[in-house]
Every structure is written in structure tokens, then in C-alpha cells.
Design a protein around this ligand. Structure first.
Ligand SMILES: Nc1nc2c(ncn2[C@@H]2O[C@H](COP(=O)(O)OP(=O)(O)O)[C@@H](O)[C@H]2O)c(=O)[nH]1
Ligand SMILES: [Mg+2]
Length: 281
């Protein structure tokens, strides 16, 4: 894994399995010989008062904007289409933000997929930083609010503590040196979507993506991101319920080292089916 320091200097912490593949002729951008095409996936649920502000700032060199709707009951979709008539709107398959993102990823056609929220907490101007690193050898780029140059005006102290705890568990379990875990601003090459093997349905999707990217040996970069306050409305996240889901996700996939083997042994023991009484007769 490779992360970037605040100064943008790479520091290697592990194997970089996919760099060679990224330079093969078969991976050349389809849309243009010079620039890979970009799909932006935005999960949206009742963000009528925020989504227009977000869409109006998206640069026109983003090739495709996919809004994945979670049964919004307000005028989110009307507002969105008014702001950007060229957006694609698709309904999410399954419940939760995770299902919405997975629906959007499958529908995306760009060489690169960027995901961001619709509540105004993420600035579309930062997209170019993610693209810069993807266009220069990295496979998976995640925003971080906790490296120099980043920050959050949205996170509560309680959620900050939870994120720190979950990040510590993650870094310990996977021998990683990341600085943020539960943050939904992220980008990756679409050719790695299958490697991520995503199954999460809720807010734990972001942690699952990071875990899977680590396990697949993708070159990971973190870029500083400033999380702005949600413009209006309230968060859909429940800190304790969703925090537990993130913890379970991080531990479920942990298979290396003594702790990973112990954890999987305990899981398997707990899952072992009991033999029905009739079958033993
Ligand atoms: N499609 C869809 N979008 C969702 C769902 N839950 C949240 N979102 C969107 O995901 C983004 C982040 O949600 P938010 O409530 O702000 O969570 P927070 O940023 O973690 O506090 C926003 O754009 C929401 O509209 C969902 O169930 N379905
Ligand atoms: Mg938010």
C-alpha cells in the first residue's frame, strides 16, 4: 500500500501489485487517447435543498454524472435535473447508501469512478486531486479529513472518536497507516471494481472498499479533503448502529496474522451448523 504524506510524497508500506498492469496497452483510455473518462456516482436521498448546489459546481469535463436515488420523497430529482439536465438518474437496488453506491458503480461506464455525497459536505472542486493521482499510477484514491490540508466542519466529537477507534482497529489489523476510514469521498479505476467484491448495503460500504482495496493489493493514495457542514437537513447515519456495522466489516474480512486466524476460527465455530436431530437418528 502507498499513502501520500501531506507534501504528496509517497511512502511505501507494502506491495504495489497493479502498477505494471496500469501501463499495459490494453488499459489505455477508451474515450480519448490522452484522458480516461470519468463517471461521478452520487447517492441521494431527500437532498432537494442541497443537490443543486453540488451539481452546479461539477466541472464539465466529468463525462457522466449518475445520481442513485433512494426513493426520495421530496423534489430532489426535479432540482437535480434542473441544475444539470445531462445527469443520469437510476433507482438504487436494495436498501441503504451501500446498495445505492453499488448500483451506481455497476451502471457507470467511465474508466474512472468517483463517488461523493449530495449534501454539500464535499466540494466538487476537489475531484481533480483524486483524478491527478489516479492518472499518475495510483489505483484507489481516498479522501482524508485528518491529514494536513484536510479537515472537517461536519463531524461531531462523538463521530470523530468512533472514526478514530475504527481506524485504529483497521490499521492494526491490516498493518496499514491510513488516516481516515469512514469518509465517502473516494475514486478508483473502474477496472478494479470486480476486485473490490462489494457486498455492503449501508454506511459501512466505505470501510469495505478500503479493506478490499488493501486486500487486492491496490496502490492506495490518500488526498487531503475538507468536509464542509451538510448544507441543510440531518444526517442519515446512526453513529452507534453504523459504527458497529463498520467494525464488523473490518473484522469480517480480516484473515492475516494471528489475530486474523483467531478471528476467523471464532467466526467459523460460531457459524458451524448444528446437525438436525432427525439426521443423527
Ligand atoms: N440513494 C441513497 N442515498 C443515501 C442513503 N442514505 C444516505 N444517502 C446519501 O448519502 C450521502 C451521505 O449521507 P449522509 O446522511 O449525509 O451521511 P453522513 O455524511 O455520513 O452524515 C448523502 O448524499 C445522502 O443523500 C440511502 O439509503 N440511499
Ligand atoms: Mg453528510
Amino acid at each position: 500500500m502507498t499513502t501520500l504524506s501531506a507534501a504528496g510524497q509517497p511512502t511505501d508500506h507494502g506491495p504495489a501489485l497493479h502498477l505494471a498492469a496500469a501501463t499495459t496497452p490494453t488499459d489505455a483510455p477508451i474515450a480519448s487517447p490522452t484522458r480516461p473518462s470519468v463517471s461521478l456516482v452520487i447517492p441521494v436521498r431527500n437532498e432537494a435543498r442541497n443537490v443543486g448546489w453540488v451539481l452546479e459546481q461539477i466541472a464539465h469535463d466529468i463525462d457522466e454524472i449518475i445520481l442513485v436515488d433512494g426513493d426520495s420523497t421530496d423534489v430532489t430529482l426535479i432540482t437535480a435535473r434542473h441544475a444539470r439536465p445531462d445527469i443520469r438518474v437510476i433507482p438504487q437496488q436494495g436498501p441503504g447508501k451501500g446498495s445505492a453506491l453499488r448500483t451506481g458503480f455497476l451502471a457507470a461506464t467511465g474508466d474512472i469512478i468517483v463517488m461523493m455525497d449530495a449534501d454539500g459536505s464535499m466540494s466538487p472542486q476537489e475531484i481533480r486531486h483524486y483524478l491527478h493521482f489516479l492518472n499518475n499510477g495510483y489505483d484507489f484514491v481516498k479522501g482524508s479529513r485528518f491529514i494536513s490540508g484536510g479537515g472537517s466542519l461536519d463531524i461531531t466529537p462523538f463521530r470523530g472518536l468512533g472514526n478514530w477507534f475504527l481506524l485504529t482497529v483497521f490499521n492494526t489489523a491490516y498493518h496499514a497507516h491510513l488516516t481516515d476510514l469512514c469518509y465517502g469521498y473516494c475514486a478508483f479505476h473502474r477496472r478494479y471494481l470486480d476486485h473490490l467484491r462489494l457486498t455492503a448495503t449501508g454506511f459501512e460500504i466505505e470501510a469495505e472498499m478500503t479493506v478490499r482495496a488493501m486486500q487486492a493489493g491496490l496502490r492506495i493514495a490518500e488526498v487531503p479533503s475538507l468536509e464542509l457542514p451538510r448544507r441543510t437537513g440531518t444526517s442519515n447515519l446512526h453513529a452507534i448502529r453504523d459504527g458497529i456495522r463498520v467494525l464488523r466489516t473490518v473484522l469480517r474480512h480480516h484473515r492475516t496474522g494471528l489475530t486474523g486466524h483467531l478471528y476467523q476460527a471464532a467466526r467459523n465455530a460460531a457459524k458451524r451448523p448444528t446437525v438436525p436431530a432427525a439426521a443423527t437418528a
